[in-house]
Design a binder for this molecule. Sequence first.
Ligand code: GAL
Length: 632
Amino acid sequence: MIGPRQLAGIAACVLAALALPASADELEPTGEWSAYDKGKAQLPPMGWNSWNAFYHDVDEEKVLASAAIIVESGLAEAGYRYINIDDGWWLKRDTQTGRMVIRTATFPSAALPDGRTSFRPLTDRLHAMGLKAGIYSDIGRNSCGQTFGHGAANNPAGTQAEREVGLYDHIDRDIRLYFEEWGFDYIKVDGCGIRGMGADNPNVASGIYRQFDPIIDFDSISRTDIPAVQALFGAVGAALERHNPDGDFLYSLCIWGAADVRSWFKDYGNISRTSDDIAPYWGRMLHNLDSASRRELYAQPGNWNDPDMLFVGTGDFGALHPVEARSHFSLWAMINAPLIIGYDLRKASPEQIAILGNRALIALNQDPAGNQAVLAFDSEEIQFFVKTLADENKAVALFNRTAQPLEATLTAKHLKFTDDAEIALTDLWSGESRAFTGAEELTLAPHETRVFLARGTRALPGGMYLSEMPGRINVARDGVIHPEPDPMIHRAIVPWENTRSAGERPRYTGWGGARADASPYGQVLRIADREFTAGLGVLANSRLEVRSGGFGSFSALVGMDDSAAEDDQRIRFEVYGDGTLLAASDWIGFGDPASELKADTNGTEILELVIRTETSTDRPPPATWGDAALMR
Ligand code: GAL
């Protein structure tokens, strides 16, 4: 029989499904910013998480010890706030009451006099230290440790029903408990229970866990039920709003880049994992970096790509590898990744604390403009990441991915500065200053990332290229109809599989998504053989929302991108201001020269950039908003 609680749960799911973002066919302007703006994530979250430090072997003493060091070392003052407990805290679900039971053997302060358990004593202590507290759950009935069998000692115990510690069928009850009663401020919601609990799971076959026919198939997007996954995550979001009337929560999605989540998470939560787990190996760090580094237009204040937690302190990023540790940290800072420490800070040396606490690097990550760095130079060997700061200066990270020293030439053009005026560079690791005009030769040590603050004369005076402001752009629709795996991601060995599998093959979808200063397939932007170093590349049948407040006019040179594979389609570019058509191009075909679009945007808050195809197609061609800019 379905009781009132279950009905409430179902109703929440249905409501969430109805509240889904505009359907895939929706190109019509709304005049609204449609990305998820709930929770507190104007800036990427900073904090600590137990997983990379202790895996399942987490306990209260370890959590509090790291929290204490975060405060005493000055890391809290530098911005690290959230202390997050990952998998391993739960004992079981009380099947009489439905209430979750905490493992008091490892979290003794959770034992209440009446026999129940509560994390309130722990969250009270963290709050009293000036910190915030995070909890972990799973969107399915079971956790990752249960699904894949890792961390068996601290996996939930009891009957099949008692072991059902995940949110599934309990969303409202659990979120209420975690936030209203236990006082958490942050939740990471994993997805193993909807991925790995099919009939082929040995523990399902033996009856320990209930079968859940997977709605995520990591290796098959066609066998993944994206709307069902979205409905579940939407229901958690709705419960978070209900049980956090002050809006002070952070919602972290963890489905590892599966289910096309890299494209849609921004409509559902604050941060979202773009890949499978990081590991303390160089190649794995590259893999996780690449999963987020070309998704610069899919992150903005409120929604951040999450390439997984920091591994500074361990393995290739340990005390013997300060260059690699600084690189990992610099790159995460530049791409606006959450800065979540994953290290047993009791072991941290002053040098390691100094890396994690580098205020200049943290300031880049926490810059209020929220612009994820854009790749100004891209290759398998060297990458330049350029981030436009709120004060319109630039930060640039020159990254040597290889184990050899390499020479790099940084040019004014990479920074969108004029090449006839001096550019001042401050090295944010060494503090040294230098200056150049035009181009500068630099040496990068093996695996080194050199990060500079760059001040120069903007090539576009009086305005900003849209590609300098990804934090103001929401890709409401990117034109991708059939999600395809992204081939641009470094394919590292998965440590827990080593070479037992067929290897790391392309798996996360999102290929062909919108890009800053690149075509949807990563090429240089080009219309009828004319190259654009600035611009947005996006498939047709797309709609971008741009926060245009404070600017007076828009201009762009638009056309079909030369990377289009077919030449029989025509496209039309339209610019809307707060829902009203301001400008439109003619129908433009392949090879037609770039056509100028201008619009007065005075007083406009939301600009929408729409591209339509003349005839319906499931292969919309790549199109270019060349030199697209907002002028003051
Ligand atoms: C994985 C997740 C990790 C960690 C682990 C816990 O799915 O990606 O970050 O949370 O589960 O079992």
